[in-house]
Design a binder for this molecule. Structure first.
Ligand code: PLP
Length: 408
């Protein structure tokens, strides 16, 4: 085989389909979020980032930075090993205690990313509980799908956010069969939220364990911000709460929280936990400081929701096709990969606004979109500029608009 030719051909195919991914080369500016520098062939440009998953700007919070600096001065750069072989730093222990307490669970376990947390936990449970069957929402994240696939457990996919479809799938098995139901709280591409209570009702009726991915909710929902399960009063009903330290918490890493025995089980049997070096102590210290700030600062969540609601309303008033989102995510439908890329390019080059196009395989073909994520640090002036620029791009490309009764 001519390997080089094969690689080049497959890449050329991606380009001709309009879904070749180009990364924006950014230099984040500490203290100026959401402003960043964008390095391009024609020079360095200042842009406003409107698609960051640093949802609350915690990646530059003074207490988070101070904690990281203190830890790097005390402990150095890396952890020095896997958790078992010299890599458990006291900062990891403190962070796991913080996460368990935050989620009102007995215990918590850190992973190097949210992806690894999902992949390892689901594959370990599915592979090692004899006869375990996994029930998975059809829109679950790739990290959950890969974990389930890797477990080789029997799998049923139920209709998105549909407890009846879940009940139907569960009913096919006797009560004694071990079962695990896996779903997310906030689905980040459409911005909809799972009916957690109803899902737990169904799971309990069939004696199934529940696994929830709160990656797009941790830090942002509930009185202390641990997620939608907290907001909805359902945390004690969920067997496993999973999330990331890289989105609203603003650092990097992932975790699960649950009972002492369940967490100890994944700690003892999960390859992606056991055989990988642990997070740098400075990362654990920064994440813990971030969670502590978020727990005591509900105002940041109020402001975040207000910014998202304002953004949705203002774009809708101009006829921009904002999808029905009940969360902080503002998805705008374009429906074509090439046009979506063009819209994003125009926003960046003409209007100094960075919104990455979202295309297949992240979303289905024909539903390509712009995914806007307003943060508490986006000002009214930035919002004015965003709305004007999106309208200008929609006009320039003659993109689909929705009829509006009353003008803004
Ligand atoms: C981003 C994401 C993950 C992975 O988390 P990382 O910490 O970025 O690896 C898992 N689940 C969902 C739903 C995500 O969007």
């Amino acid at each position: 085989m001519d390997y080089e030719h094969y690689f080049a051909k497959r890449i050329a195919d991606l380009k001709s389909e309009g879904r070749y991914r180009v990364f924006a080369d950014l230099e984040r500016q500490c203290g100026r979020f959401p402003v960043a520098l964008n390095h391009r062939d024609d020079g360095i440009h200042e842009v406003v980032v409107w698609c960051s998953n640093d949802y609350l700007g915690m990646g530059q919070h003074p207490e988070v930075l101070a904690a990281a600096k203190e830890a790097v001065d005390r402990c150095g750069a890396g952890a020095g090993g896997t958790r078992n072989i010299s890599g458990t730093n006291h900062y990891h222990v403190l962070l796991e205690q913080e996460i368990a307490d935050w989620n009102a669970k007995e215990s918590a376990l850190l992973f190097t990313s949210g992806y690894v947390a999902n992949q390892t936990t689901l594959s370990t449970l599915g592979a090692t509980i004899p006869g375990c069957v996994i029930f998975s929402d059809e829109l679950n994240h790739n990290s959950m799908i890969e974990g389930i696939r890797h477990s080789r457990a029997a799998k049923h996919v139920f209709r998105h956010n549909d407890p009846e479809s879940l009940a139907e799938a569960l009913s096919a098995y006797p009560k004694e069969t071990p079962k695990l139901v896996a779903f997310e709280s906030v689905y980040s591409m459409d911005g909809d939220i799972a009916p957690i209570k109803e899902m737990c009702d169904v799971a309990e009726a069939h004696n199934a364990m529940t696994f929830i991915d709160e990656v797009h909710a941790a830090g942002m929902y509930g009185a202390e911000g641990s997620g939608v399960a907290e907001r909805d009063g359902q945390r004690d009903r969920l067997t496993i709460i999973q999330a990331t330290l890289a989105k609203a918490i603003g650092v990097v890493g992932g975790y699960i929280a649950g009972s002492k025995s369940m967490v100890d089980y994944v700690r003892s049997f999960g390859p992606g936990f056991i055989f990988s070096s642990s997070l740098p102590p400075m990362v654990a210290a920064a994440a813990r400081a971030s969670i502590q700030v978020l727990r005591r600062t509900p105002e940041i969540r109020t402001r975040h929701q207000e910014r998202a609601a304002t953004c949705k309303a203002r774009l809708k008033a101009q006829g921009i096709p904002v999808m029905d989102s009940v969360s902080h995510i503002v998805p705008v439908m374009v429906g074509n990969a090439a046009l979506c890329k063009q819209a994003s390019d125009l926003l960046l080059k003409k209007h100094h606004i960075y919104v990455q196009p979202i295309n297949y395989p992240t979303v289905p073909v024909g539903t390509e979109r712009l995914r806007i994520t307003p943060t508490p640090l986006h000002t009214d002036e930035m919002m004015d500029h965003l709305v004007k620029s999106v309208v200008a791009v929609w006009d320039e490309l003659d993109l689909h608009k929705v009829h509006v009764k009353a003008a803004e």
